[in-house]
Design a protein around this ligand. Structure first.
Ligand SMILES: [Zn+2]
Length: 280
């Protein structure tokens, strides 16, 4: 998944120490501080994209998928190397459990899309949310990876979508959907028709209404586990919900994304002492 926290780091420099040694930092204080900053950073980006671009250039620790030793780029990214709850993972050895169904409340949104050089991202502006274990998580954005970041018993899918949500306590929940080759997906095509092929500012298409719901599979069977952002700073703050059923897209749609991003997926990480739960 992809979260831009550049401005969080810049605007909240008093919290920079939190990133320097996540191994010893009090986890609760970390969780309490980062989400507000994520929210303000996103709003800021939303309103002042050109200023954001200028600031990002001067302050962000640049990372990419060529050099994947992200933990060596910056102290702020150390958890990418040192963390024990990193994502993505290979989904195997699951434990069957009575998981409460995830309630999904999505309405159509006006299309707002950005190529941030790491992925194509669609930002949400409306009251779209999920209910996970009685907690409300608001949709921030969704974006795409090729190939899939998670794998199932060692097998990758051509692509994966991440719907990124945040609750009022600052925890994140990401719905992940595998994409496989099959029939064209019309909702995806609406995005593909206008997605920037180069790094861009956020682009608004007020005349294009898209239904995020159409990018979810019909079956509700899921995997659940606790993990991290899959991009720097790799913060371990994410409730992962991965749908078992893949969604179909056409090979032409797959090729179109691959032409822009030949590989924007992190490799799978050790599961360590975590459990993967599946619905019964
Ligand atoms: Zn992602």
């Amino acid at each position: 998944m992809e979260i831009d926290i550049t401005l969080f780091i810049m605007k909240n420099s008093q919290h920079n120490h939190l990133f320097k040694d996540l191994g010893s930092v009090d986890r609760r204080s970390f969780l309490a501080t980062i989400p507000l900053a994520l929210m303000s950073a996103r709003n800021f980006i939303f309103n002042f994209p050109s200023l954001t671009a200028a600031i990002t250039k001067n302050n962000a620790h640049e990372w990419d998928y060529e050099n994947r030793e992200w933990g060596d780029i910056s102290q702020e990214y150390q958890v990418c190397k040192m963390g024990k709850q990193q994502s993505p993972i290979d989904l195997n050895s699951t434990i069957k459990s009575e998981l409460k169904p995830v309630e999904i409340h999505y309405q159509d949104i006006q299309l707002s899309v950005i190529n941030n050089s790491h992925t194509i991202q669609v930002n949400n502006q409306l009251e779209n949310f999920i209910i996970l274990d009685d907690h409300k998580f608001d949709l921030l954005q969704f974006h795409f990876h090729h190939p899939s970041e998670h794998s199932v018993s060692g097998k990758n899918y051509p692509m994966e979508i991440h719907f990124v949500h945040k609750n009022e306590d600052g925890n994140l929940a990401v719905l992940a959907v595998f994409l496989q080759e099959g029939r064209e997906n019309k909702t995806l095509q609406q995005i593909w028709d206008v997605m920037p092929s180069q790094k861009s500012l956020e682009k608004y298409f007020f005349d294009i209404s898209i239904s995020p719901f159409q990018l979810l599979p019909k079956e509700s069977e899921i995997y659940r586990y606790f993990g991290s952002l899959t991009t720097p700073p790799c913060s371990e703050i994410v409730n992962w919900i991965v749908f078992k059923e893949p969604l179909e897209i056409s090979s032409a749609q797959f090729q179109q994304f691959q032409n822009i991003f030949p590989n924007n997926a992190r490799q799978t990480q050790p599961i360590n002492r975590r459990s993967i739960l599946t619905s019964i």
